[in-house]
Design a protein around this ligand. Structure first.
Ligand code: GLN
Length: 255
């Protein structure tokens, strides 16, 4: 790559879907892009807006409570659903957290029995359970090896229990925490270049390999195979390791 290649990042519903600092993921993407010599551009895409989402390289949507999900879900399905499906089919990279992740699936049924439609992009569905699943999470994932670890760390708080169909793979296996539903040991979902997960935190600042994975898949689509030079991740890894310790996980997993 020559010059400072542009990386176009769409932030969906930044004012409504922004639980537990999910916005920090966009800050982390922007920062790491800059450190890699790229030129990130972030654009907010709010209610009523869609257009052609294939012009973006990375699309991000954060989490929200039932209230915010209710406010966006019809817009998400009717205004953005087709454009997002087209973008994903075209290989655009997507990261969706918690409430946003739930709405990428077929539906989210609340504890009151209300069914919010999702866009059906992921072969997954969510039904609220009686207990909230709250706490620090450590996931073992083959997707992103951070400095010799293959753990992804974050914080979850949801009552929705998400189940995966055969059309998607899990992001990883839960070592500590509840993950998708507290029953099958799985966390998150991946499909094409989409990653959905329950992990807030913010997620990306302390999982730098996952951040680079998202940037790399985005660059590959636009510019062909590229490698990212390693950065000095000492601070990020210290935060990662502290989160693993705090979660009381069983320890580091060698790659
Ligand atoms: N309202 C959803 C749930 O509780 C999502 C919450 C969230 O985004 N943290 O399952």
């Amino acid at each position: 790559l020559t010059g400072r290649p542009t990386v176009r990042i769409a932030h969906l519903y930044p004012d409504l879907m922004n639980l537990y600092g999910d916005r920090g993921n966009v800050i982390a993407l922007r920062r790491r892009c800059e450190w890699h010599g790229l030129a990130p551009e972030v654009r907010a895409v709010g209610l009523g807006e869609s257009g052609d989402l294939t012009s973006f390289d990375i699309i991000f949507i954060g989490g929200g409570q039932d209230r915010e999900q209710r406010l966006i879900c019809l817009d998400f399905v009717k205004v953005k659903g087709a454009a997002l499906a087209e973008a994903v089919a075209d290989g655009v990279t997507v990261l969706a957290i918690c409430g946003g992740y739930q709405l990428l699936g077929a539906y989210y049924r609340t504890a009151e029995g209300e069914e919010m439609p999702g866009i059906g992009l992921l072969d997954a569905w969510t039904v609220a359970g009686r207990r909230r699943m709250i706490g620090n999470v450590v996931v073992e994932s083959g997707l992103a090896a951070t400095g010799g670890r293959r753990t992804i760390v974050g914080f979850e708080n949801h009552s929705g229990q998400t189940y995966l169909g055969p059309g998607v793979a899990a992001l990883g296996r839960v070592l500590t925490g509840h993950g998708n539903n507290g029953a099958d040991g799985l966390e998150g979902a991946t499909y094409r270049n989409v990653v959905g997960t329950y992990l807030h935190g913010s997620l990306l600042p302390k999982n730098p390999a996952l951040t680079d994975h998202l940037i790399r898949t985005a660059l590959r689509r636009r510019y062909g195979p590229v490698e990212l030079a390693p950065l000095d991740d000492a601070v990020e890894l210290a935060a990662h390791d502290a989160a693993v310790r705090r979660a009381g996980a069983t320890g580091f997993l060698p790659v």
